[in-house]
Ligand binder design. Sequence first.
Ligand code: HEM
Length: 409
Amino acid sequence: METRRKALRRLAAAAGAAGLSGCSRLLRPDPEPGVEGLPPNPHAERLPRRQFAQEAWLPTDDAGNAVQPRHRRLLLLRLDAEPSTEAARTVERAMRTLESAYDWRPAGVFHALAWGTSYFERVGALDRAPIEPPQVLSRTDDPDLLAFDAALVLSSDVPSHLTAVDGAMFGSRSTLNGVAVERRLGDVFSVSERRTGFLGEGLPAAHADAEGIPEWGVPDDAPMFMGFFSGRRRTQAGEDRVAIDSEPFADGTTMHVSHLRQRLDAWWEGLADAGRVARMFSPEFSPADVSSFGDDVPFSDRVRDHGREHGVVGHHEKVAQVRRDGEPIVLRRDFNTVDGGRAGVHFVSLQRRLDDFRRTRKAMNGWYVRKEHEGITDRKNNGILEFIRVASRANFYVPPRNRRSFPLY
Ligand code: HEM
């Protein structure tokens, strides 16, 4: 039988051959030239204005779900230079080097330069920025609330591309895929933290030698450490839904980044298939139901009844409470990691306002189901909360491409 991975490769190849005609609507010409003293971006015609636009460039599986890139790298940055037009030119020229070197597709590199709360504070614009510092969002976690100046978000199906971009932008690599590197992000930033990870069938099993994972590993075909696929089309906000729709930040978005640690030994060894399905989705589903899901999770939206009747509720049925007009309000771009030798998740999510993330996370806390059954506590039988801990949180703004260098400066 053809594995899911092979089927995806075949579909990706077919999409490439068909020419991805849907992309053109995203390639609106930039209304402004970009950075003072530089010519307009020569790559603007073939790149989306939104730095986070990927939907139209991703292959889909046979149910029509977008298949996200398999390898990720998140470089969390400290600004070493004073904000200036010259520094903005350096950043812009460095980013254009990435654009010359790689196509905007999974076989190339998707990249976005985002700006964090400490940058906006530094330029005295935090009160005008579309983001605010992170908060503690549950009474069971005590995360580090972090502030960075910026973040470079990278993803690709080709892991060596990410290493090469890192070396060209922050090391001494002189060419990138044949393109001369004349300006680097490292000329103005230094890397405070480097976060790495992966997503997709086979990769969790290949990274199972880490703390928090059972000795036998995880199933070979698991797309994520917890065993389930997590990107069905209707469980994701569309890119239009998360794009800021008014000036001065239009076509940007907000990005939340948290680091979660996972206890996968308890997940895989303390529960049977039905218990995992009940906690991830809902007790109304069997493992066979979940295998038959296509581009949605057809849940009945009866989370309180489920708590009362079954003494357990699912992660999905809780977070889906905050859908708006039937659509989720956050676009998840999270991935698994073994950074620090521990199994975990870098939870990257995009939303129009950070409050959309906070509302979703509060729905996930499930305070409203604890009173339905004494077996449901802050963590126990309350979705997946027993198996995850939030280590840190940080917030960013992702500007549109032509305003990606020193926004609000
Ligand atoms: C270890 C961490 C997590 C895992 C393994 C996980 C896994 C999943 C899975 C398997 C689904 C079902 C999606 C599908 O079938 O396509 C889902 C849905 C979702 N999750 Fe998570 N999740 C995690 C953390 C979070 C966090 C921290 C949030 C946000 C606070 C979140 C928000 C959502 C949302 C909004 C949905 C879609 C709900 C809808 O359909 O309306 N998840 N998650």
